[in-house]
Structure formats: C-alpha cells, structure tokens
Design a protein around this ligand. Structure first.
Ligand SMILES: [Zn+2]
Length: 195
C-alpha cells in the first residue's frame, strides 16, 4: 500500500474535514471553503469518502481536500493528515512507510461507534417526528368531538404534546421509555376510527 492509500485507509474524511476547521452540520453539510456562499452547498459523503460542492463543483478525497485548502501537494497532504490525526505512519527517507496497526484499529472502532450512534439518533428523531404528527392529528380529531371522555383524553394529549414541543430531551427519552405502548394504542385506535 502506498502512503495515499494507507492514509485514506486509516482516516475518515469527516474527521479530516473537522480537524482542518470545516464546520459541518449533522448531515455533513457546511459552507463551501472554495467559494463564497451563505447557504451550505458543500457536503461530505462518508460512505464514498469524498467531498463535493454542488455550487462550484469542487470534488475529491481527503487528500485533495487538504491539498486544495492548504496549498500542499498530494504527498505533503498525506503527511499532513498523518500528523494531524496521529495515524501512526512513519515515513522513511526513501518515502517508504513503516506501519503500525494500533492507529488503524483505533480508526475502525471510532468509525463503528460513530455510525452506531448516528443510526440511533436518526431512529430516535424519526420516532419523535412520527409521534408528534400522530398526536397532533389525534388531537385535531378529538377536538372535533364534544363529550366528557374526549375532554379527558384531550388533556392527556396536550400534556404529551407539551413534551414534544419542549426541547427537553430527557423528558422525551422518558416518554419514549414509558409511553411507547400508549402511542401504539392511539395509533391503532386512530387508524381504526379513520377507516
Ligand atoms: Zn463551492
């Protein structure tokens, strides 16, 4: 493996981008460092390990990113990333590399952890969204009726909706933990009434 392959194998382009100071949101998008803009067109595809700007068309891998931003050639960029992220490659004078596998294992477990937590957060956000929509729909449905039982249910739903409109993640997690079945019941009941 040459130094370029080795550097890319050991590092994640997202980590490289963040380490050189690019600000990316949780969808891995940010303002393009290659042209002036107010809304983010620059995005990083973690799966393909590439960056791309949809406005100015800049495209490349982590080495190209560093090379373009720091004005270095590809070889210098590889060395730069190696140092920046402590990849543990030793480069000898004849440019051959001495590898140790500790940094490599480290990177793999880091990426795995990162991907796992991303999946969990995305699933939670999906649940949060779906539940909020369901409760809002159900509330609208209930508010069109007018009886005692409904009034009581409306209070409960309002209480739930408060949790979802607040920014209190702890409360949402509690709700997720203890009220999953309630939401499921509403869902089933609501769909039955609907049809
Ligand atoms: Zn751009």
């Amino acid at each position: 493996m040459n130094i370029f392959e080795e550097v890319k194998e050991r590092s994640d382009i997202l980590e490289v981008a963040r380490a050189i100071g690019l600000n990316l949101n949780r969808y891995n998008k940010g303002l393009c460092p290659f042209h002036n803009e107010k809304t983010p067109s620059f995005s990083i595809c973690s799966k393909r390990q590439l960056f791309k700007c949809f406005a100015c068309g800049e495209l490349g891998d982590s080495i190209a990113l560093v090379s373009k931003l720091k004005g270095l050639n590809n070889y210098e960029s590889a060395l730069y990333i190696n140092k920046l992220l402590n990849l543990g490659l030793e480069v000898k004078e004849d440019k051959s590399i001495v590898t140790n596998n500790k940094a490599k294992d480290n990177k793999i477990s880091k990426i795995e952890n990162y991907n796992n937590s991303k999946v969990i957060i995305e699933a939670f956000e999906r649940w949060e969204n779906d539940t909020f929509l369901l409760l809002s729909d159900y509330r609208r449905y209930l508010s069109e009726k007018d009886d005692e039982e409904t009034a009581e249910m409306l209070n409960i739903i309002d209480y739930y909706l408060d949790i979802f409109t607040s920014n209190d993640i702890e409360e949402k997690l509690e709700f997720y933990k203890y009220n999953k079945k309630v939401v499921q019941a509403i869902n089933e009941r609501f769909i039955k009434k609907d049809s």
